[in-house]
Write a protein that binds this ligand. Structure first.
Ligand SMILES: Nc1ncnc2c1ncn2[C@@H]1O[C@H](COP(=O)(O)OP(=O)(O)OP(=O)(O)O)[C@@H](O)[C@H]1O
Length: 207
């Protein structure tokens, strides 16, 4: 995996007159976890989208470097793995088919064994041939992590990663994040749950 560094330089976001955050300077480096905290509506999801390149900052810039080389906007998406409440699956397809299809859309042709391993990791292999429309919200959340495990991008952007997960699911997320950090993945976690980012070395606290 190529090492990717993301740099936020004086990043600000406004909606109309409402200033969500201003002048955020942050380096996001391989093997480091950054926690984004703040109350409901403070801008955590917005900041994640700005980092992912899905929203433009009002001022400031987000730079992404791979092996020291600056990446153009159209080269950045493949660096990021996004977990977000806004990510939805195709209801008419099974968990297995969704995983295969979405990995292919990112240019990855995964074998049956690889797909099953990722589903096994998140505890969904036994339900892989069931349609998404029959999955619970927690199962869908687990499937998002199966996709992340399948793609293993160098930067993970996790917006409310444990939402709808039971205690075992929360522990699973923690294990996956710890393993990703050990592989030198950069991880950003946006959450209302301070416990979830207790171990994060750096924090961005929004107000
Ligand atoms: N497209 C938009 N246009 C205008 N305002 C927006 C838009 N998207 C989000 N907002 C506002 O920006 C603020 C921040 O939203 P955001 O979802 O980033 O907060 P959050 O910290 O992630 O909240 P939560 O903890 O509830 O998930 C909210 O007040 C929201 O209403």
């Amino acid at each position: 995996m190529q090492e990717v560094v993301v740099e936020l330089i004086r990043v600000s976001k406004k909606y109309g007159r409402r200033q969500l955050f201003a002048d955020i300077n942050q380096l996001i480096c391989p093997g480091e976890c950054i926690g984004v905290t703040g109350p409901n509506g403070s801008g955590k999801s917005t900041l994640i989208k700005v980092i992912a390149g899905l929203l433009r900052p009002s001022t400031g810039e987000v730079n992404v470097r791979m092996a020291g080389k600056e990446l153009a906007a159209d080269q950045r998406m493949s660096c990021f793995g996004l977990i977000s409440p806004e990510l939805i699956f195709y209801n008419a397809m099974t968990g297995y088919e969704n995983l295969k299809f979405l990995a292919r859309a990112r240019g990855w042709e995964l074998s049956d064994e690889q797909l099953q391993n990722c589903l096994e990791t998140v505890g969904l292999n036994g339900r892989r041939h069931e349609r998404i429309s029959t999955y619970s919200t927690g199962m869908r959340q687990r499937l998002k992590f199966a996709l992340l495990e399948a793609l293993r991008p160098p930067v993970w952007l996790l917006d409310e990663p444990s939402s709808n997960l039971d205690e075992e699911g929360k522990q699973l997320v923690k294990r996956l994040v710890d393993k990703a950090l050990a592989r030198q993945t950069a991880v950003v976690i946006a959450t209302n749950d301070l416990e979830e980012v207790r171990d994060a070395r750096q924090k961005i606290a929004l107000a």
